[in-house]
Design a protein around this ligand. Structure first.
Ligand code: BT5
Length: 287
């Protein structure tokens, strides 16, 4: 759906536009967010960032939209993007990695996001591979997409959707119980500029560490914020399902699961379901 024919903001979501001048001032001269392109509406910030990246935009260029009419997740899923309340942003990156390593960038972004929101949501945790959750409800999702050159990643577009001030009324019924925003976790409205600045700051730090040392340099920090350690999970990957207890992450970011036979298996992509749901996963529980 193009922006011109998209829905206008529902009354419930009538927040103020992002004070992008304040965000730009906070990021002036920085590697991530030193350039910020801001739009009232885009189909997807990832598409715009990709176009800018192919056009030579500097690494670290950030695209932000107040709303998206075709925000997307993985595997053709959609990212619900109500206007003026949340953050939908994409970052142009040019990491020196092979294409196969690109999913690691979503892990890097997840870690940065989870760390950045701690002041507002100390219970925020990582759910492999690309979610930040609070009490089992999804607060943020990451989407790393790439343009390849042979086996190398020529351009990576790192998309982050983070619910900040949306309320249940901003989501379709199917998401009301499974999504959460910082506002609910913090007990009141949250300053989107402060959240965005913190997010870009953490991303800069974590991306630099990743560029130097690969995902191995971030593995322990990631595991420390994971909500899956020691939990029984089922991972669906393509047509296959792996079930077992999570023992951590591998140095390349794969999820390590010990199956019923005692064999450690490594899963590189897929969707994780907690066997038995989130029961017993207290809001403040780290692992
Ligand atoms: C993701 O996919 O979680 C990646 C989401 C990335 C969104 C950002 S926004 C900026 C940039 N531009 C884009 O077009 N995309 C990126 P996945 O793991 O496939 O999860 C998608 C699922 O999350 C959906 O099928 C819904 O169940 C759920 N979902 C959709 N919108 C949500 C929301 N706002 N909050 C919480 N859950 C949501």
């Amino acid at each position: 759906m193009p922006c011109a024919s998209g829905p206008s903001a529902p009354a419930s979501a009538a927040g103020a536009p992002l004070d992008v001048a304040r965000l730009r001032a906070a990021r002036a001269g920085r590697r991530i967010g030193g350039v910020i392109e801001y739009f009232a509406c885009l189909e997807s910030t990832n598409d715009r960032a990709r176009a800018l990246g192919l056009d030579g935009a500097p690494e670290g260029t950030v695209v932000i939209a107040e709303r998206q009419t075709r925000g997307r997740g993985r595997l053709g899923r959609s990212w619900v993007s109500p206007p003026h309340v949340n953050l939908y942003l994409s970052v142009v990156l040019r990491p020196a990695v092979r294409a196969a390593a690109v999913p690691q960038l979503a892990l890097v972004a997840g870690l940065a996001t989870c760390e950045a929101v701690q002041p507002w949501a100390p219970a925020a945790r990582l759910k492999w591979p690309n979610d930040v959750v609070v009490g089992g409800r999804k607060l943020a999702g990451m989407l790393a997409e790439l343009e390849t050159e042979g086996a190398a990643a020529r351009l990576v577009i790192l998309g982050i959707g983070l619910n900040v001030n949306s309320g249940p009324e901003d989501f379709p019924p199917g998401l009301r119980d499974t999504a959460i925003a910082l506002r609910e976790a913090a007990g009141g409205p949250v300053d989107r500029v402060a959240v965005a600045a913190a997010l870009l700051d953490r991303l800069e730090t974590r991306y630099a560490a990743y560029a130097d040392g690969g995902f191995a340099a971030l593995r322990r920090a990631w595991e420390a914020l994971s909500c899956l350690g020691g939990r029984r999970v089922r991972v669906a990957e393509g047509g296959q399902t792996v079930e077992g207890v999570v023992i951590g992450l591998a140095d390349d970011g794969a999820l390590r699961v010990r199956d019923a036979g005692g064999t450690a298996r490594e899963v590189r992509a897929g969707d994780v379901t907690l066997v038995g749901g989130y029961a017993g996963l207290g809001a403040g529980e780290a692992t």
